[in-house]
Ligand binder design. Structure first.
Ligand code: GRF
Length: 205
C-alpha cells in the first residue's frame, strides 16, 4: 500500500501550463513551442487565435498543440474565450503577436498571468496602432541610436503593463526597415521563451 502511494506521488508530476494567443505568423509562438517541446516541467496546452486563417494555427497543430480560433463576440461578449481559458487553467497566458485588446474580465481572472512582447524599448514607440513595421519605421524616423524588445505584463492599456525584461540592440545610419526587423526578430526569438521559463520558475525575466 505504502509502495503504491509513493509510486503515485512520483507519477503525479504536474506541468506548468502555457496558453499562447497569436494573430499572425507565429514565429515567436513556434520558438516557444519548440523550446518547451521536450520539457517535463512546462507544457504549451493551447494556441488561440482571433484569425482562423493565421499561420500560427497549422504550425501549432504540427507540434500536436490544440488550437482554437475565435471571433470578437467570443472574446468581448459571450465570455466563451474566458470560459475556455478558465477550463485550461494556465499558469501563464503568453501573447505572441496578438493584436486585439485583452478584455477586462480576462485580465481580472488572470492577474499577473498575462504577458506580451513588444518590438520596441517601451515606453517608447508603444500604444494603440503601434505594431509590426509601424514601430520600426517610427524608430528609424526618430533617428534612435538603439532599439529593442520589451516583455511586460498586460493591463487595460496597450503596452503599459509592468516591465519584466528588455533587450537592446544598437542602430547605425546604415540600418533600414529590413535590418531593424531582423535584429528585433533575433532578440525576440533568443529571449522570449527563456524569460517565460524564468517567470514560471518564479525568477525575474
Ligand atoms: C513580434 O514582433 C512581437 O514583438 C509583436 O508581434 C510580432 C509577432 O511576430 N508583438 P510573429 O507572428 O511571432 O512572427
Amino acid at each position: 500500500m505504502i509502495k503504491i502511494l509513493i509510486i503515485k506521488a512520483f507519477m503525479s508530476h504536474s506541468y506548468k501550463k502555457l496558453v499562447i494567443l497569436a494573430s499572425g505568423t507565429g514565429s515567436n509562438a513556434e520558438k516557444i513551442i519548440s523550446y518547451f517541446n521536450n520539457s517535463t516541467d512546462v507544457k504549451v496546452c493551447a494556441v488561440l487565435s482571433n484569425n482562423k486563417k493565421a499561420e500560427v494555427l497549422p504550425m501549432a497543430e504540427s507540434y500536436g498543440v490544440p488550437t482554437m480560433a475565435f471571433d470578437r463576440e467570443a472574446l468581448y461578449q459571450s465570455g466563451a474565450v474566458l470560459g475556455h481559458l478558465k477550463t485550461l487553467a494556465p499558469d501563464l497566458i503568453v501573447l505572441a503577436g496578438f493584436l486585439w485588446m485583452i478584455p477586462e474580465d480576462i485580465i481580472q481572472a488572470f492577474p499577473d498571468k498575462i504577458i506580451n512582447i513588444h518590438p520596441s524599448l517601451l515606453p517608447k514607440f508603444g500604444g494603440k496602432g503601434m505594431y509590426g513595421s509601424r514601430v520600426h519605421r517610427a524608430v528609424l524616423a526618430a533617428g534612435e541610436k538603439e532599439t529593442g524588445i520589451s516583455i511586460h505584463y498586460v493591463n487595460q492599456h496597450y503596452d503599459e503593463g509592468k516591465l519584466i525584461a528588455q533587450f537592446k540592440t544598437a542602430l547605425s545610419d546604415n540600418d533600414d526597415l529590413d535590418s531593424v526587423l531582423a535584429k528585433i526578430k533575433q532578440l525576440e526569438h533568443g529571449n522570449y521563451a527563456r524569460v517565460i521559463a524564468n517567470l514560471l520558475e518564479n525568477k525575474h525575466g
